[in-house]
Design a protein around this ligand. Structure first.
Ligand code: GEK
Length: 247
């Protein structure tokens, strides 16, 4: 059962900073589905990329796992032995619900959930690392270091899947993409009040980068190959591949 997201439906006197608390965790599936164009497509492709890139006896990381949607997409597509999934989120409310959600499905692949900051955890022997709309919540000055730690923790041939809201250097294009996204939210039933209150709450919490900056960061970290494989308006997903000895 999905609870409808009506968090910003009534006027709020003082809009606080957006937080991934109990209230947000409760309505999260509805919120992300109605706010992120292509969310379902991206999860499906995370599954397909898992089929192709998971390696036996490796780890798969879901960084900022929320309720475990990407963890489930990966888990359903693991065919090789000795794999384990590590899901991390620093919201206790998310991790608790995530555990319940995962328990509802049977699988032989162990999943270890951890409540903590993705910047503090060790990344080791990884075949796949997923950052599905999480890097955008990390302080911009700390992003390069995180991407570097991910690269260092990947096995040769391993991949990083990074999905992000982005901005564009060209101002009219940037505005057009923002407006098309707002139309998407309107067609999904959000009112003008909900849209503007949510924007106030999230604008200092979610800070976007440009596509060029993401690609440069991958390159600087050492990734041999990187490509944006999905875009709808200002929502994108990238795949970056750590080369093997032939690259
Ligand atoms: C999905 N990946 O459904 N450390 C750990 N977790 C964090 C941190 C941090 N420093 N900062 C934010 N988070 C999911 C969706 S939501 C995207 C990811 C969104 C967590 C935060 O608690 C939240 O659960 C998640 O990152 C971002 O595929 O709401 O736009």
């Amino acid at each position: 059962m999905h609870h409808p997201d009506n968090i910003y439906a009534q006027p709020i006197d003082e809009i606080g900073e957006f937080r991934f608390d109990e209230q947000v965790a409760e309505v999260f599936p509805d919120m992300i589905q109605r706010s992120v164009p292509g969310y379902t497509t991206i999860l499906n492709v995370i599954g397909k990329l898992t089929q192709r890139y998971h390696q036996a006896n490796s780890r798969l990381y879901d960084l900022g796992c929320s309720l475990g949607a990407a963890t489930l997409a990966m888990r359903r597509n693991i065919q090789l032995s000795g794999c384990e999934i590590i899901g991390i989120d620093n919201s206790q409310a998310m991790i608790e619900r995530c555990q319940n959600h995962l328990n509802a499905f049977r699988s032989d692949t162990p999943v270890h959930l951890q409540c903590g900051d993705i910047q503090d955890i060790a990344i080791e022997r990884a075949s796949i690392v997923v950052l599905n709309f999480t890097l955008q919540f990390i302080a911009p000055t700390l992003r390069a270091a995180l991407i570097q730690r991910i690269y260092d923790g990947l096995l040769p041939g391993g991949i990083l899947i990074l999905s992000e809201k982005i901005h564009f250097e060209d101002a009219p294009i940037n505005q057009l993409m923002i407006d098309l996204h707002l139309d998407f939210k309107r067609s999904n039933g959000y009112s003008e009040l909900e849209i503007s209150q949510k924007r106030t709450a999230i604008e200092n919490v979610l800070r976007t980068d440009s596509e060029a900056l993401h690609l440069e960061r991958f390159k600087n970290a050492g990734f041999s190959h990187a490509q944006k494989w999905y875009q709808c308006f200002n929502f994108t997903s990238f795949v970056a591949i750590k080369g093997d000895s032939h690259d």
